[in-house]
Design a protein around this ligand. Structure first.
Ligand SMILES: Nc1ncnc2c1ncn2[C@@H]1O[C@H](COP(=O)(O)OP(=O)(O)OP(=O)(O)O)[C@@H](O)[C@H]1O
Length: 340
């Protein structure tokens, strides 16, 4: 393992902000830590970087205990949200900072800078003033600077935080390609699940200083570990239910669940695609309370008649009913997940 956290704990005034976290990151792996505000993501990153001392546990790099080693001797690269470029220096001087501190000579340094700028998609930008760059370009410079010392582990805190959506989506693809090409091991923190899912080989979902779930983006998306993770991913149709065989007794009535589902008292997740709208005199009677256009479909928000929890359905663009319409709801077992 390139990086291992072994029961890593950080306490502030008695409260464990990082609570005995175990996490392994393999060489060349891109891992994204995801979680709501205050769940301990930045603290985890700072602890690995050596900027935050541990109250307990260990941090190993390459199998060696680095717990007490100061930040600049850990050989990790860091890029923080407010990417702190030196505004009075040009792009080249910013990127050359690491190699200069390392004592690399001028000629070699210039070649390295040119190569890094090429890599982040800013060829020939070395003499430009930092202030003349757009936010996205500045973010690329910050990335080139973080890559300049050739860290084996690159850590990114909200790497695309300030950028607008379309730029973020483009950069995330470029980053993923670049990390693949360089074989960089990456530990990134983001609160944006779309970004994490697009960038990561593996995502780690945090809750209150602990790991709620870890898995590939597909695994986490298909099988959230629990109701917390499901809700964090944006699924609202989550309820307590009692499962027996292929049926679940839920607040919405009997739901069909896939064969082999966990049994007994559970949480169930009904994906919006599994909420099928039928004629008002069939299924569970509901009223349409809102419609949200989602590009590929319409999210239809439903209020059942009997005080049951609200439901969200995903509807084709042309089939979506109007607000105020009375509809019936039936459920598809294939889109229902019984959570462990
Ligand atoms: N130096 C500190 N002293 C006291 N409490 C702190 C300190 N640093 C962080 N915390 C607390 O630890 C908790 C976790 O903070 P952290 O910044 O790791 O969360 P986060 O998941 O990165 O959140 P965000 O997404 O908002 O950045 C928060 O409740 C925060 O207030």
């Amino acid at each position: 393992m390139l990086l291992s956290l072994d029961a890593a704990t950080v306490r502030f005034g008695g409260r464990a902000v990082l609570d005995a976290v175990d996490l392994d990151v393999a060489e060349h792996e891109v891992v994204c830590v995801l979680g709501p505000s205050g769940s301990g993501k930045s603290t985890l990153l700072r602890a690995v970087a050596g900027l935050q001392p541990l109250s307990g546990g260990r941090i190993l790099l390459d199998g060696r205990d680095r717990t007490g080693v100061p930040a600049h001797k850990r050989g990790v690269g860091l890029m923080f949200q407010d990417h702190q470029l030196f505004p009075q220096r040009d792009v080249g001087a910013n990127v050359a900072f690491g190699p200069r501190v390392r004592g690399v000579g001028k000629g070699e340094r210039d070649a390295e800078v040119a190569q890094l700028l090429e890599l982040v998609g800013l060829p020939g930008a070395a003499r430009r003033a930092v202030a003349s760059l757009s936010g996205g370009e500045q973010q690329r410079v910050a990335l080139a600077r973080a890559l300049a010392p050739r860290p084996r582990l690159l850590m990114l805190d909200e790497p695309l935080g300030q950028l607008d959506r379309s730029l973020r989506e483009r950069l995330v693809v470029e980053l993923r390609e670049m990390f693949g090409r360089l074989g960089t091991t990456v530990l990134a923190v983001t609160h944006d699940q779309g970004e994490a899912f697009a960038l990561a080989d593996r995502v780690v979902v945090m809750r209150d200083g602990r790991i709620a779930q870890t898995g590939t983006p597909l695994e986490v998306w298909q099988r959230p570990a629990d109701a917390f993770v499901a809700r964090f991913l944006g699924f609202d149709n989550v309820a307590e239910a009692t499962v027996a065989g292929t049926a679940a007794d839920s607040p919405w009535g009997k739901l069909p669940v896939p064969e082999g589902s966990p049994q007994g008292a559970r949480s169930v997740l009904v994906r919006p695609a599994g909420v099928r709208l039928v004629a008002a005199d069939a299924g569970l009677p509901c009223t349409v309370t809102a419609r949200t256009f989602k590009g590929t479909h319409v999210a239809v928000h439903l209020r059942p008649g009997d005080g049951q929890p609200r439901l969200e359905a995903a509807c084709g663009l042309r089939e979506a009913p109007e607000v105020g319409d009375a509809v019936g709801v039936e459920f598809d077992a294939a889109e229902i997940v019984v959570l462990d």
